[in-house]
Design a protein around this ligand. Structure first.
Ligand SMILES: N[C@@H](CCC(=O)N[C@@H](CS)C(=O)NCC(=O)O)C(=O)O
Length: 220
């Protein structure tokens, strides 16, 4: 927990101007769910603003998202979520039960490291800007099937939260499933209904409907 006074220090989340980063999404949703006031700042990644020394060296790993809190800088979305959870008790964004929390971390780590073909063939620009124009390759279809297989195992039969109570892994899984849904790829109705319900959550909506420039990012 933060020491007295630190809790009132402003929080700033660094993202990118097109609001398409799944990692910024996670942190944005976590901050909203915790009810913490925060400001956002965006770095034009296509202009390599993340490599400007001031940002690069404060964030250490020179990626977005980064969180600035009372002089402390932190990057990596899962580290940011854990920092928020440790620093600000109250509304939880990770499960309180240790096994449920481990499972949520498993799902989050998998979402960040697996399904490469799906992430490449259905990038987040196809969720918020132009839809994908080409069908999934065999590798893309395999990744989509794997995503659905995992979702089928973790989404409860009666819907609702994945691991007892809502946590940020719910939002991450819904985001990944929307790479398929928004591109009209087939998703079993039970899983699609779950993901669409999650998409309506106010913290998720606030990111999804955030103002964006009319044209997506230039290639970089
Ligand atoms: N593992 C990191 C991934 C962060 C990441 O890859 N961010 C991208 C934007 S979505 C980025 O900063 N790209 C610019 C770069 O790599 O220079 C996390 O979970 O935060």
């Amino acid at each position: 927990m933060v020491r007295r006074g630190m809790a009132d220090a402003p929080l700033r989340l660094y993202g990118e101007p097109f609001w398409i980063s799944p990692y910024v999404f996670t942190c944005f949703v976590a901050l909203r769910e915790k009810g913490l006031p925060f400001e956002t700042d965006v770095l034009p990644l296509h202009e390599r603003a993340q490599r400007a020394p001031a940002y690069r060296d404060r964030s250490i790993t020179a990626k977005v998202p980064a969180l600035e809190h009372d002089g402390f800088w932190l990057a990596e979305s899962s580290a940011i979520v854990e920092y928020l959870e440790d620093a600000f008790p109250g509304a939880r964004v990770l499960p309180s039960d240790f096994r449920a929390r481990a499972r949520a971390r498993q799902l989050q780590a998998w979402i960040r490291s697996a399904l490469l073909a799906l992430r490449e063939e259905r990038p987040t620009t196809t969720m918020f800007y132009e839809r994908a124009a080409t069908p999934l390759s065999p590798a893309g279809r395999e990744a989509a099937a794997e995503l659905v297989r995992v979702a089928d195992l973790v989404v409860p039969a009666r819907g609702g939260a994945l691991f007892g109570a809502w946590c940020v892994a719910d939002a991450d899984l819904a985001f990944m499933l929307h790479r398929l849904l928004l591109n009209d790829e087939p998703v079993p109705s039970r899983i699609a209904d779950w993901a669409r319900a999650e998409w309506e959550r106010p913290s998720v909506r606030a990111f999804v409907t955030h103002e964006r420039p009319p044209a997506g990012p230039p290639p970089y």
